[in-house]
Design a binder for this molecule. Structure first.
Ligand code: MD3
Ligand code: FE
Length: 219
């Protein structure tokens, strides 16, 4: 007998904006649409203080995703490893604080996904251009795995790769479009996941870019 995250899910209509992808993983389609301009203005404020950068993996490879952070902690990677750091290593200053529209959206989305009282202390912001990819990984640098991660997709659509609890589990493919929010908690908190190489396109607000926000409780 093998345990399969995708077993025993009831079928749901495709136009339902709320879809359970797996136990603990809830897709809220277009949930952030009405907030897109406020969210993107706040991303601009954050990147004015903490500019986009390409982190180096512990193995010495430059990530194709450009990243920055806001909140009390930022996720960083370098030759020494992965960690949450209260200081932006590029500036030597604390990361910009979480903008009000970020906190509001994260709390509303988490509640809609079944997590009341979610207060993130970190937001990793990822920027994709055509061809950018994010290889299969787990998010396991956070202290409290009972807290969910809330992700917000903006701009060009992406193919999200949604695997299982083992790296070798073959990932399902889920399209994430502008304004889509996913709440990842419970049994889905430690699944392997990634983003397939971004296809080119032209988004009315973001042109050739995709931006992803992930709200986390790091400590
Ligand atoms: C499932 N970001 O920042 S968002 C990441 O689109 C990350 O930039 C991707 O993976 C992106 O770590 C995917 C969806 C996502 C984010 C975090 C998760 C799915 C997750 C954590 C646990 C399980
Ligand atoms: Fe991740």
């Amino acid at each position: 007998m093998t345990f399969d995250l995708f077993d025993s899910l009831p079928p749901e209509p495709d136009d339902d904006p709320t879809e359970t992808l797996a136990p603990g993983a809830v897709l809220l389609r277009r949930f952030a649409r009405d907030d897109d301009q406020a969210l993107l203005a706040a991303v601009g404020d954050v990147t004015a203080s903490a500019p986009w950068r390409h982190l180096i993996t512990p193995g010495g490879l430059r990530m194709s995703v450009a990243m920055t952070n806001c909140g009390s902690y930022g996720w960083v990677s370098d030759r020494a490893g992965y960690r949450y750091d209260p200081i932006d290593p590029d500036s030597g200053l604390p990361w910009p604080s979480l903008p009000a529209p970020f906190l509001s959206l994260a709390a509303r989305a988490a509640a809609a996904g079944g997590y009341d009282g979610f207060v993130p202390d970190a937001c990793l912001i990822n920027r994709y251009l055509p061809g950018t990819r994010l290889s299969l990984h787990q998010d396991r640098d956070e202290q409290d795995m009972r807290a969910p991660i809330v992700s917000v997709s903006l701009g060009l659509p992406a193919t999200f790769l949604f695997g299982g609890l083992r790296r070798a589990d073959r990932p399902a493919r889920v399209r994430l479009a502008h304004g889509d929010v996913v709440v990842w908690g419970g049994p889905s908190r430690l699944v392997f996941h990634g983003i397939a190489p971004l296809a080119d396109g032209d988004h009315p607000l973001l042109g050739h870019e995709r931006i992803n926000l992930t709200f986390r409780k790091a400590r």
